[in-house]
Write a protein that binds this ligand. Structure first.
Ligand code: ZN
Length: 331
């Protein structure tokens, strides 16, 4: 029994041993599992610790790198520009207090023009932009103002409508003009008086081209374009609606002996240089004002503006464009 008992106890012992072995094995396996997972976890954590903190500064560095660039860009594109613009506006506004012809609507154009012409004084900038010298000829054209007055300005910027015919057109006496020449009455009277006075000194000032209608100008301009090409024709002929002759206040003269293009060489021209303003006429396209008027010098083309304006223009050696931009146009 004992044996059996002994046998039994050894059997139990074996079983226990087996159980222990199994238990140990299980613990071992669990240990291995936990150990493996632990290692993985540790590696994961360590990697995290090692990588994340390194990565974050990198991102920050990146941000830092970007930030200054953005700031710099912003400075270039917006705040700095705005600052500069504000400064320029302040500068221009100071001038505004002094200049009656400062036009707030043109502020951007003044600034652009100043940037392109840094050596110009602000007064010059404002004047030139008012004369539209910052634009191409025939660009953004406007309807002429002060119609039927001696103040009307027609050039490569200001135009007259197709159907515009000045009031009070009168035919000139053939004593002082070729046949069928018409001017607005005040200009006709003034021209005839001037020509009459000159005649007393044996000078012959004859009107050879005066009022021209819109349709007449179409034919004339097209003829010139055909002969010389558009670019050249634009230097001496107004496009329809842009010819001063449509105002009835412009007159081309000659002395009957020389062709009108040689008028500069005549005694009549010398006399007109001294006296035309006394009758309200100005040499409309002088030599040194080509940029302002948009036309080459024409010794034969005169414009009636009245004695007062003519005298001012002559005394100050300015063009009608300049006078209009600073004295007439209500900005
Ligand atoms: Zn003319």
């Amino acid at each position: 029994m004992i044996d059996i008992g002994d046998n039994m106890s050894t059997g139990k012992k074996r079983k226990r041993k087996v159980k222990i072995k199994k238990k140990n094995f299980a613990i071992f396996i669990l240990f291995i599992i936990f150990f493996t997972f632990g290692i993985v976890e540790i590696i994961f954590c360590v990697t995290k610790v090692l990588t994340v903190p390194k990565a974050e500064p990198k991102q920050e560095e990146k941000r830092k790198e970007i930030k200054p660039k953005t700031k710099q860009k912003e400075k270039e594109e917006t705040p700095n520009n705005t600052d500069e613009k504000t400064k320029k506006l302040e500068k221009l506004e100071n001038i505004n207090q002094k200049l009656s012809y400062f036009n707030e609507d043109y502020i951007d154009r003044y600034i652009d023009y100043k940037e392109k012409n840094p050596s110009y004084q602000i007064e010059q900038i404002i004047k030139n932009v008012n004369m539209h010298l910052d634009q191409e000829h025939y660009e953004n054209t406007e309807k002429a103002t002060h119609l039927n007055t001696e103040k009307v300005l027609v050039n490569k910027h200001y135009y007259l409508e197709k159907d515009y015919v000045p009031d009070n057109l009168k035919t000139l006496s053939t004593q002082y003009a070729i046949s069928n020449m018409k001017l607005v009455d005040v200009a006709k009277e003034a021209f005839e008086e001037m020509s009459k006075t000159a005649k007393k000194q044996k000078l012959n000032i004859i009107a050879m081209s005066t009022y021209r209608s819109y349709t007449y100008q179409i034919d004339l301009y097209n003829r010139y374009v055909k002969a010389d090409g558009k670019e050249k024709a634009d230097t001496y002929s107004g496009r329809p609606g842009h010819s001063e002759h449509q105002t009835g206040l412009a007159v081309d003269v000659y002395n009957e002996k020389e062709t009108y293009t040689n008028f500069e060489k005549t005694k009549e021209f010398n006399w007109m240089e001294k006296h035309a303003h006394e009758y309200g006429f100005i040499l409309r396209f002088p030599k040194d004002k080509e940029e302002e008027t948009g036309y080459h010098y024409e010794s034969w083309h005169y414009r009636y503006v009245g004695k007062e304006i003519a005298t001012y223009i002559k005394d100050n050696n300015i063009s009608l464009e300049e006078y209009y931009a600073t004295k007439i146009k209500d900005w």
